[in-house]
Design a protein around this ligand. Structure first.
Ligand code: ADP
Ligand code: MG
Length: 217
């Protein structure tokens, strides 16, 4: 099977544009999830953030994949409030930093960027897997990506494995009790609801896999 071998800045930007669309389409769903165990703003927070990220990319036209991700991260930090803004912002900034100044990203480099994003989220938010947060989607996604790569999968297949693992991880938050973030204030009443941040992480990674599927090899 043919697959994309390297990811350039245009493709990373296309991912962010697709993400903005997908987040907009799922705005009410994310807000509804956050209404159950939080303050009903996750959908609006992320729509505002990714719309601003698309606008920042149009204005600044960063030339490398790393610079695209860094721009997105800084925009999310400045435009999205709450917990998810700094967490996603840090994730994108760390991923961007991991890619440094190269023009093209290899499958291995994308794996390192995903790991850096996860390390950024756990470094800032101190959540472990099982705490009912975005980490429950991102951590298994990073593992699945690395496993697929080790098995010889092309970058787009590895990204699809990551997206699938994130979706499974997001669904697995339903029976969990939240131990971090606003949902943790509910204690045992947080059980029985899917975590909004894990859900948006799964959407972001599905958008990445879709973008890489559509990218020219
Ligand atoms: P807020 O909770 O401030 O209203 P959002 O509603 O935008 O912010 O985002 C909520 C999501 O943030 C949660 O569903 C969870 O996935 C994530 N989150 C909250 N705290 C943490 C944390 N400490 N570590 C990782 N993710 C967290
Ligand atoms: Mg909220």
């Amino acid at each position: 099977m043919e697959g994309v071998l390297l990811v350039d800045a245009t493709t990373v930007r296309a991912w962010i544009e697709t993400t903005a669309q997908v987040i907009t389409e799922n705005k009410d769903h994310l807000t509804h999830l956050d209404a159950a165990i939080g303050d009903a703003d996750h959908g609006t927070n992320l729509v505002r953030g990714f719309d601003a990220a698309v606008a920042a990319l149009a204005e600044k036209s960063p030339e490398t994949p790393g610079a695209v991700l860094t721009t997105v991260g800084s925009t999310l930090i400045s435009k999205v409030g709450g917990a998810s803004g700094p967490l996603y912002g840090t994730a994108f900034r760390r991923a961007g930093k991991a890619l440094a100044t190269g023009d093209d990203v290899s499958a291995e480099q994308l794996g390192a960027a995903l790991q850096a994003a996860l390390d950024g989220v756990t470094g800032l938010g101190a959540a472990n897997e099982g705490d009912k947060t975005m980490v429950d989607a991102l951590a298994p996604a990073v593992r699945a990506y690395q496993q697929a790569l080790a098995a010889g999968a092309p970058i787009s297949d590895a990204a699809r494995s990551a997206a699938n693992a994130a979706a499974v991880g997001a669904e697995a938050t339903i029976p969990m009790q939240a131990l971090k973030g606003r949902a943790s204030y509910l204690g045992p009443r947080s059980v029985g609801h899917q975590d909004p941040g894990a859900t948006s992480t799964a959407l972001l990674l599905a958008a990445l896999a879709d973008t890489l599927d559509g990218a020219p090899a």
